[in-house]
Design a protein around this ligand. Structure first.
Ligand code: CAA
Length: 339
């Protein structure tokens, strides 16, 4: 049986901040945010918006845009790290707002920016196991990224939600459940205790944690792939038409792709190395053009990877039809998945 994404849509607030304006207010060279981090604009939620309204907005757009029958949905999971309640899940509000069937299972998942990927993996297994009995899963990633004023994390905020319908009719993207790599480790790179509305990050350490997790999950992905294909050299180079990453800020995807190329070749490629030109070209060809939305929306935590996927699908669904692409999901703390 096939399984994957049948429909996708996203929603963001109406308001945004131009990164040059933020830089001027903070007396920082705008080039640091625009070139250094790769961010052009940043979505800002208004006081009447939260992770529920954004999730509902994305889900309604998806249901209407793809003409989805709400009776077909048997599972509704919202991945978020900015819920509005410690007990009541956002999915429960979505259930009411969309008028989903009473026999639909609803709940919320959390592991920093990985929450929606956990939901996606669970939905995939639910369908493949046959327990879905023909029903579909609505998976929503919804978050408002918020750091303290004047902190290093401030220019990497954002707000938005991505809704995806997972079914045995994966007309947009088929998910390969056989090949998957995970990596987890207890690290204090980014956290938000229950008393705080703002996240705390050990910024530069968090970048290292992300890159370690990427290498670790790629290694276990390769092991799972090689079980089925014994002769598969340079999987990164030969297999994927595009590589999508969790995008806390655009430059992070650049660092990630660079790291993965080095990891696969088992060599360091420093800035002055002539091979850097090839790394940058490969980044432009397989990663860069899928980051336009991320550069204008900012970090939407668990939806970031799927915003990049939306960008990819919108531009390339015909050109790359039938080809494999890779996705890397990272949740601080940390856990990660390469699939
Ligand atoms: N012109 C051009 N570039 C400039 C510049 C200028 N005037 N000034 C600085 N830069 C460049 C720097 O060289 C640097 O580029 P490189 O990384 O390529 O060297 C870049 O701009 C950023 O500069 P700094 O490293 O000095 O910036 P910083 O220390 O103020 O903070 C940050 C950067 C650590 C990412 C910070 O924004 C942060 O803490 N963000 C939140 C944490 C985060 O996003 N972590 C990512 C991994 S964890 C994760 O992915 C989970 C998640 O969603 C949070």
């Amino acid at each position: 049986m096939k399984v994957g994404i049948e429909a996708i849509a996203f929603d963001i607030p109406k308001f945004y901040i131009d990164m040059a304006d933020l830089a001027h207010c903070r007396s920082i060279d705008p080039a640091k945010f625009i070139k250094g981090l790769g961010q052009v604009e940043m979505s800002v939620a208004s006081p009447c918006e939260d992770a529920v309204t954004l999730a509902a907005g994305a889900a309604i757009k998806m249901m209407h845009g793809f003409n989805i029958d709400k009776e077909s949905i048997g599972l509704c999971v919202v991945g978020t790290e900015t819920p509005i309640d410690q007990s009541k899940p956002i999915a429960s509000h979505i259930h009411e707002i969309l008028g989903l069937p009473k026999n639909c299972r609803v709940f919320e998942t959390k592991h920093a920016c990985y929450g929606a990927t956990a939901a996606l993996a669970m939905a995939t297994d639910w369908i493949l196991s046959g327990r879905a009995q023909g029903k579909k899963a609505l998976i929503i990633a919804s978050d408002i990224a918020r750091y303290g004023l004047n902190t290093a994390g401030e220019p990497t905020q954002g707000a938005g939600a991505v809704a995806m319908l997972i079914s045995s009719n994966p007309r947009l993207l088929e998910l390969e459940s056989n090949y998957v790599g995970c990596y987890s480790e207890q690290v204090m790179d980014f956290w938000r205790p229950t008393y705080s509305k703002e996240a705390f990050a050990d910024g530069h350490f968090s970048i290292q944690c992300y890159l370690n997790a990427l290498a670790g999950s790629f290694d276990t992905y390769k092991e799972s792939f090689k079980k089925h294909h014994s002769d598969a050299p340079e999987i990164l180079n030969n297999r994927f038409a595009a590589c999508l990453y969790h995008v806390p800020f655009v430059k992070m995807a650049n660092k990630a792709h660079h790291k993965l190329i080095e990891h696969e070749l088992n060599t360091k490629i420093e800035k002055e190395d002539p091979r850097m030109e090839d790394v940058q070209r490969d980044f432009n060809e397989r990663v860069g053009y899928n980051l336009k939305l991320n550069s204008k929306v900012g970090n939407i935590y668990t939806g970031s990877l799927y915003l990049s996927l939306f960008n990819f699908l919108e531009q390339n669904s015909e050109r790359h039809s039938g080809r494999a692409i890779s996705l890397f999901s990272y949740g601080s703390g940390c856990t990660s998945e390469f699939f």
